[in-house]
Every structure is written in structure tokens, then in C-alpha cells.
Design a protein around this ligand. Structure first.
Ligand code: NAD
Length: 310
């Protein structure tokens, strides 16, 4: 592809995940983040993720040394073919950072935002130069292992930039999903948000602990969801007659008050219950060890997915 130089703006959890993914795929990366100590933190994060990311395959020329930090945003963007923006999820901040990126990046460069929920039409609104190259490229943590990236264009986005991003992300071994209509939260976060809201209700109402809610997913639907989404899972739940039978049987339940969906109010009491619940679940467990376990699992799971869902 015509993409050689990548610029990362914002090097937190997600920015660092992207950096690792790009470097292991043999790209040159320039990074910008004004926080003191950002470069050191990034180099450490890349170091500790490298072996996991490498299990998906290292491309020719892959090296941690292909990363450069720049203290000036304009300099960081001077040679960019592709920009991935990962600053904190605050609309005003993102709009102004994306407007500055638009001011400095060569006009052929794609500007892709990692935003979890903001619409691309909103993100490109302040771009005075080339808003047509602004898209959402929403990844999943850890970015160096998770294949999904949701691609969404705004009112002013030209399709050719979405196509270019799609091809580029595919080349990184990712599974781009083009979202044809922009909605807050795109698709996957919309679904995760529904489960998250119900989980909070269940804990808030004293029905179950955080640990019990987690167990209900890990040993139940979570196992199936690793292979099949909600539609295929339920299609099979209908037996040989599939979804036709399932809707006949469970369609009426859709009218029952099973789900609340409106989020509960996040009171101090609820927050405390959730925080202490999670801390109790991880008591005595090192977060680094948990990340390693998650990463090992995700690598093996993807190998399984390829085997069963070729
Ligand atoms: P984070 O807080 O870990 O990192 C944000 C980084 O941006 C920090 O390093 C900060 O110093 C830097 N920053 C702040 N202002 C800046 C500026 N003006 N220019 C450049 N850098 C600046 O946040 P995160 O979790 O990495 O989230 C980043 C984005 O990714 C958000 O839009 C979020 O919605 C999205 N996202 C997050 C997740 C997740 O699981 N954390 C998943 C998918 C998408």
C-alpha cells in the first residue's frame, strides 16, 4: 500500500497498543504525547507487549527501534501517511486535536480516531482543511492482539479514505468492520454497554456480586460468544428449526421486563460496591500477571477461532 509512515497522537493504553501493532508489522512510527515521561512509558509498554504481539507473527523489518518521539505536533505529522488519534475521550479535546492534525498532516494522510463513542461527523466538524479524510477507526484493548476495528465515516468523509483504511488495517491482520450509519458507541460498544448496564443493575439491586456476574458470562454465554455472535447463538438455540422456532418460543418474552437497559444512577454506594467487588476478585493477584494471562488466552483463542471458523 502507499502507507509507510504512521503518526500516533496520544500514547496511553490505546496509543501504545497501536504502536506495538504497527511496529510488529514492520512500520515506522512517530509518536506525540505532551505528558512528561510519555516516551519512557511507551517504550516500556511496547517491550512488555512485544512477545505477545509477535505470536501473531512479526513482519519483515519489525523493530522496536522504528519508533521516534517528537515534541512538536507539526514535526510529528510532517511525513505522515496515516494518523491514529488516541487522546482522552472528551469531545472538545478531540475536536481541537483533530483540527490541529488536519492543519499539519499532508492532505493524502488518513486521520483515524480511536474514539469509543463520538460520531465522526462531530470529530471532523472543526477541520478547516481536509475533513474528508477524517474517519473513526475504533479498536479493542489490547490493540496488539484484538482483530476487530470498526470503521465509520462522517458526513464529510470520502469513501476512498475508508477504503484505504480498510486495506491498511487488513494488512495488519485485523478484521475491519465498516459501520454504514454512525451511531454513538458504534456497534460493539453499544452491545457491551447493554451488558454493562444490566450488570450494574444486578449488583445495585443486590441480586449478585461482581464475581457472580462475571462467572455467569465466563462459564456461560462468553464461551459461545467467542465463536458466535448473539444471532448465530440463538439460531442454534432454536434446534433444527433454528431462529424460526426460537422466535416462536421466546418472542413473547421480549415483552417481559427482563432487561432495564436504562443505566442505573451511578451513586457513590454503587461505585463503591463495584470497586470493592472487583478488588476482592483480584486480591493478591498482580495486574501484570493478569494481563499476561489475558494475552496468552487471546492468542490461543484466535488460533482456535481460525481452526473452527476458517
Ligand atoms: P489514556 O488516558 O490511557 O491515554 C490518553 C493519552 O492521551 C495520555 O497519554 C495523554 O497524555 C494523552 N494526551 C492528552 N492530551 C493530549 C494532546 N492534546 N495531544 C496528544 N496526546 C494527549 O486513554 P485511552 O484509554 O488510551 O483512550 C484513548 C482513546 O481510545 C479514547 O478515545 C477512548 O475512547 C479510545 N478507546 C479506549 C479503549 C480502552 O479500552 N481503554 C478501547 C477502545 C478505544
Amino acid at each position: 500500500s502507499s502507507i509507510t509512515n504512521i503518526t500516533i497522537v496520544g500514547t496511553g493504553v490505546i496509543g501504545n497498543g497501536w504502536i506495538t501493532r504497527f511496529l510488529t508489522n514492520g512500520y515506522k512510527v512517530t509518536a506525540y504525547d505532551p505528558a512528561p515521561g510519555a516516551e519512557e512509558k511507551t517504550r516500556e509498554a511496547v517491550r512488555s507487549a512485544w512477545d505477545y504481539a509477535g505470536k501473531l507473527g512479526l513482519k519483515e523489518g519489525a523493530s522496536e527501534e522504528n519508533l521516534t518521539f517528537e515534541e512538536d505536533l507539526g514535526k510529528a505529522l510532517a511525513h505522515a501517511d496515516f494518523v491514529q488519534e488516541n487522546v482522552p475521550e472528551r469531545e472538545e479535546l478531540k475536536r481541537s486535536v483533530i483540527a490541529s492534525i488536519d492543519e499539519h498532516a499532508p492532505k493524502h494522510a488518513v486521520i483515524s480516531s480511536s474514539t469509543s463513542g463520538i460520531l465522526p461527523t462531530v470529530l471532523q466538524a472543526d477541520c478547516a482543511h481536509h475533513p474528508e479524510r477524517v474517519i473513526v477507526g475504533h479498536p479493542f484493548n489490547p490493540v496488539y492482539l484484538m482483530p476487530l476495528v470498526e470503521l465509520v465515516g462522517g458526513n464529510k468523509t470520502e469513501d476512498s479514505f475508508v477504503d484505504k483504511a480498510q486495506e491498511f488495517y487488513e494488512g495488519l491482520g485485523m478484521k475491519p468492520l465498516i459501520v454504514h450509519q454512525e451511531i454513538e458507541g458504534h456497534i460493539a460498544d453499544r452491545l457491551m454497554e447493554a451488558v454493562w448496564r444490566e450488570s450494574l443493575h444486578i449488583v445495585n439491586d443486590g441480586v449478585a456480586t461482581t464475581e457472580e456476574v462475571d462467572a455467569s458470562i465466563v462459564y456461560g454465554p462468553g464461551l459461545r460468544w467467542a465463536l458466535m455472535g448473539p444471532f448465530m447463538t440463538l439460531h442454534m438455540g432454536g434446534g433444527k428449526a433454528g431462529m424460526r422456532h426460537l422466535l416462536h418460543q421466546f418472542g413473547p418474552a421480549l415483552k417481559l421486563p427482563w432487561t432495564k437497559l436504562e443505566a442505573p444512577e451511578l451513586t457513590d454506594e454503587l461505585a463503591e460496591k463495584v470497586i470493592t467487588g472487583c478488588e476482592a476478585q483480584t486480591e493478591g493477584v498482580d495486574m501484570q500477571k493478569m494481563e499476561e494471562r489475558r494475552d496468552d488466552f487471546l492468542v490461543e483463542l484466535q488460533q482456535l477461532l481460525e481452526k473452527y471458523w476458517p
